[in-house]
Design a protein around this ligand. Structure first.
Ligand code: AKG
Length: 261
């Protein structure tokens, strides 16, 4: 289980520009005062207008200039691709009836067989007035095979999501502590697909939170323990090995076995 918290390092001016763009897109589609998850892949597939097309391009540019990709290379010694399909932007309000994301692991997106690294990047300061992210940290080392079995045994909740309640989490991790991260814009946390996390429960939060999640996986292999329909036609971005240029495309371009006829 890998969790790293960086208090700074990302370009704050670029993050501010992304936040302004998200606020405009969110206000247009959801008004104000409601939480929402904006889909980068939908904006690429069916852009409502030019501003959505530009936004996707800005997200991709930001990612490849941020240094986050270097983290993946350094940790796993493999070339990463950005899973744009699973690049999510959450605008999280603070009303009591707002939907906070419950305990889960991101193996939900990509299974366990390929190293997945999530970079959770807040676009406003979090952890004091606006909810951040909370991690469950085991007090003793956890056997990944145990975690994986616990994940496979989960029964989908009423919305079809694989989430852990506190009992399932204790069974998987043994004794654990909760760690909420407070971050200023420019900081981020990075974690792998085995790390349980949820939206921070922050009583008294007064400010809405905007965050973007970049999910990276190895460019040279597909997961074998996840629903194949998740990876077929999956939107990705990668650096071309010869030209070094950044590409945006679908999984079939890199993995011929996924190409649709
Ligand atoms: O940003 C959050 O509060 C949680 C989001 C999350 O963990 C997810 O989308 O997988």
């Amino acid at each position: 289980m890998l969790l790293k918290v960086f208090d700074y390092g990302l370009n704050t001016a670029k993050l501010e520009a992304l936040r302004h763009a998200i606020e405009a897109l969110h206000a247009r589609s959801h008004g104000t005062g409601s939480s929402a998850r904006l889909s980068v892949s939908r904006m690429h597939r069916e852009p409502a207008d030019q501003s959505e097309t530009e936004f996707v391009r800005d997200v991709v540019r930001f990612f490849w200039s941020s240094g986050i990709d270097r983290l993946y290379r350094g940790l796993f010694e493999r070339e990463p691709m950005l899973l744009l399909e699973f690049c999510t932007i959450r605008v999280q309000e603070t009303r009591p009836d707002d939907e906070y994301v419950p305990w889960h692991i991101d193996a939900n997106f990509y299974g366990f067989t390929v190293p997945l690294l999530v970079a959770w990047v807040p676009l406003v300061d979090v952890g004091v007035d606006a909810p951040g992210l909370e991690f469950a940290q085991p007090e003793q080392p956890v056997d990944l095979a145990v975690m994986r079995r616990a994940w496979q045994d989960l029964k989908p909740d009423e919305r079809g999501r694989s989430t852990f309640d506190e009992t399932a989490l204790s069974e998987a991790l043994g004794p654990f502590s909760r760690r909420a991260v407070a971050l200023k814009v420019g900081g981020f946390c990075a974690f792998d697909q085995a790390v349980p996390h949820r939206t921070q429960i922050l009583p008294g939060a007064t400010k809405r939170r905007i965050a973007i999640e970049f999910r990276m996986a190895a460019l040279d292999a597909l997961p074998i323990d996840t629903d194949p329909t998740r990876v077929r036609g999956m939107l990705i971005s990668w650096r071309d090995a010869e030209s070094r240029q950044i590409r945006i495309g679908y999984s079939g371009q890199l993995f011929p076995e996924l190409a649709t006829r």
